[in-house]
Design a protein around this ligand. Structure first.
Ligand code: GDP
Ligand code: MG
Length: 307
């Protein structure tokens, strides 16, 4: 960061906003609407967002750095542990915490657990309850739902939104800016996620694979982008590997006559092109890495571990 004098951020607000919430409540959808790019992979399957992802929104008088976190996991895998650490780091850095809830249902054990983690780790960040999926809630249920979620935690404020119909979207943004501390523009305008594009590409490939594979290879895949090169002004070359846990999964991912991998590749390429605004040549390979979810060396190599 360059030096910044007091003058630079008079009347200017900035800070970190952590999007917390169990999988599938709509965190990524909400974020994508604000940022206007597919920076957080949206999938009908939970657990697509593995690592923290930054989305930077710069307005005339504020800069909001959204941090989309993976949901908290309960599995025994080493990976689950690391994902939880990621979510905790996001919490500790945050100025504002958005507890995103799916108001089309009532709070469950996972919401209770997340509330506990926030209470323990969040320090003095402002806590905002975001009751999402308003479009699916009957008016007659609304008051009772609101009460149930508000009882989870000592929230500073709450707001009803729909990430899909965009109801409440502007109001939520206004609230967030209102709650942020005064501060400078940390990032140059227009810079959205340059350094994160590669990771986003990984997430988009993974989301495309999950979309096509459905239940067949549940969570047993990991995507790594090995090469992310500009070939010309308009063309990006990406080489990526899908790691699977065993040979039979490899066969499923490739599919008969390579049909499955081709479909995954086409969808992923289109999504990456939409995200980056560049033409993409995607070279996608499948490799077996036995038991990768419990392999500390593998997890460390791909930045999924802090130790
Ligand atoms: P995340 O796991 O919290 O990041 O959730 P996603 O953003 O991936 O959303 C999960 C699913 O819920 C997707 O199918 C979204 O289209 C859907 N969804 C998100 N927000 C809303 C909403 O406000 N209304 C409705 N009806 N669906 C939503
Ligand atoms: Mg997500």
């Amino acid at each position: 960061m360059t030096e910044i004098s007091d003058m630079d951020f008079k009347d200017h607000k900035s800070g970190y906003v952590a999007l917390m919430g169990k999988p599938n409540v709509g965190k990524s959808t909400l974020l994508n609407h604000y940022i206007g790019q597919k920076i957080a992979a949206v999938s009908y399957k939970p657990q697509t967002t593995r690592r923290r992802q930054l989305g930077i929104l710069t307005t005339e008088d504020a800069q909001i750095i959204f941090v989309d976190t993976p949901g908290l996991h309960t599995g025994d895998y080493k990976l689950s542990q690391i994902i939880n650490e990621e979510a905790e780091y996001a919490l500790m850095d945050a100025d504002v915490i958005l507890f995103v809830a799916d108001a089309s249902g009532t709070p469950d054990k996972e919401d209770v657990r997340l509330a506990e983690v926030i209470r323990e780790k969040a320090g003095d960040a402002v806590r905002l309850l975001v009751l999402n999926k308003t479009d699916l809630v009957d008016l007659s249920d609304a008051a009772q739902r609101e009460k149930a979620y508000r009882e989870l935690l000592d929230f500073d404020r709450h707001i009803w939104v729909s990430a899909i119909t965009q109801e409440g979207r502007q109001e939520l943004l206004t609230e967030i800016i209102d709650l942020l501390p005064e501060g400078p523009k940390y990032y140059p305008e227009g810079q959205i996620t340059a350094t994160y594009e590669r990771e986003i590409a990984e997430d988009l490939i993974r989301a495309a694979a999950m979309h096509h594979l459905r239940e067949e290879v549940p969570y047993g895949i990991f995507v790594s982008v090995n090469d992310y090169k500009k070939r010309s002004e308009t063309l990006r070359y990406i080489h990526a590997t899908i790691f699977v846990e065993n040979e039979s999964h490899k066969g499923i991912v490739i599919g008969r006559g390579g049909r499955m991998i081709k479909e995954i590749s086409t969808m992923a390429r289109q999504e990456i092109e939409e995200m980056s605004g560049e033409m993409v040549y995607l070279d996608l390979k499948v490799k077996v890495k036995k038991n990768w979810r419990n392999d500390p060396d593998f997890l460390r190599r791909f930045g999924l571990s802090h130790d």
